[in-house]
Design a protein around this ligand. Sequence first.
Ligand code: NAD
Ligand code: MG
Length: 384
Amino acid sequence: MKKTISVFGATGSIGRSTLDLIAHNPNDFTVRVLTAGKNVELLAAQALQFKPELVVLADDGGYEQLCDLLSAHKDIQVTAGRQALLDAADIEVDLCMAAIMGFAGLEPLLRSIHSSKAVAIANKEPLVAAGSLFMEAAAKAGCQILPTDSEHNAIFQVFEPENKKSISRLILTASGGPFRSWSHEDILTATPAQAVKHPNWSMGAKISVDSASLMNKALEVIEAHHLFAMAEDKIDVVVHPESIVHSFVEYQDGSVLAQLGAPDMRTPIAYCLSWPQRMATSGECLDVFKLSTLNFEVVRDDVFPPIKWAHESLRAGQGACIALNAANEVAVAHFLNKDIGFGRIYTIVEKMLETFSGREVYSLEDVISLDKEVRMASGNFINL
Ligand code: NAD
Ligand code: MG
């Protein structure tokens, strides 16, 4: 039996890697839905290759062009706009790949848990902003969550749920990003081209900047807290510049379990696509005979404050986590647009944490409304 799949964010870095794996295993998967934000040409090309029943462009500006490009294929339905994106999440599949960038993925993700047997989550920002709400809803819906982020996928592979009480710590590895050994002064004035030049991973622009600021690791601490229901003080981060060990689970008997692999997202994505089995991938396999040294270092918290903020935010509550994420999304977009310098990302996030940390949220509406408020405040702060 072929697995039916929907890919949200098909034209992005994770979406393309997912489709690359599916293309190499055409007898195992049927793609039902492909969605994208704005990239009409690539979405059309993917639709012609994978023949889904439905393609959705979230930005309705490109609707006519997409219809033109697919006009010879009447069996592929084309829709556009935010509502169409949400409706696409109601289509029943065995597996939904959640690979939209940012908070924009929250609502489709929440809808997909009712129509998908399993959801593979790469899209970490919704977990940061609404983790408790989401995990509760997924459990209620009986939807299997498959962590796709490489660190969380590594933990998932070596996490023994039946021995959860014996787990003393989760240790996330961080490459340290392109500025790992830079001076504080140089980091503050780094350019977008320098920030997106990741030493090990090839990723979308926003997560690349997050890796440079270590905000990505901060988001991942919060993500781990929700995915594995681990207390904030049992989650640590170690810098590992080679990105070979993708995280550790430490047990009270002294065993520390880890998953290793080449820094290629196709490995954790393949794990999610084929779970609970394992599939062959087109990616490079790690050759342990060629590994010389693996290094581990402490995080320079004085230069990179986000991980400390993640712990503070988890202690402060959901309002702080929403503020951390929303302020960062706004700041990174402005940084990539060259409106602000790299150092301002930290100033903006810190200011929004100060302003919004005490805020309480109880429902999805509260989450969406606070996210909006933080975005407005971040924009106003930038324009001061
Ligand atoms: P990307 O920018 O390359 O792609 C994002 C995808 O989402 C694209 O298809 C884009 O069209 C779509 N999109 C963007 N904004 C949208 C909107 N408002 N509405 C609907 N669709 C929209 O991003 P990426 O690097 O593939 O990352 C996707 C998610 O996966 C992020 O949350 C990121 O943190 C996470 N992630 C990525 C990697 C990686 O290696 N790239 C690793 C771990 C986790
Ligand atoms: Mg990661």
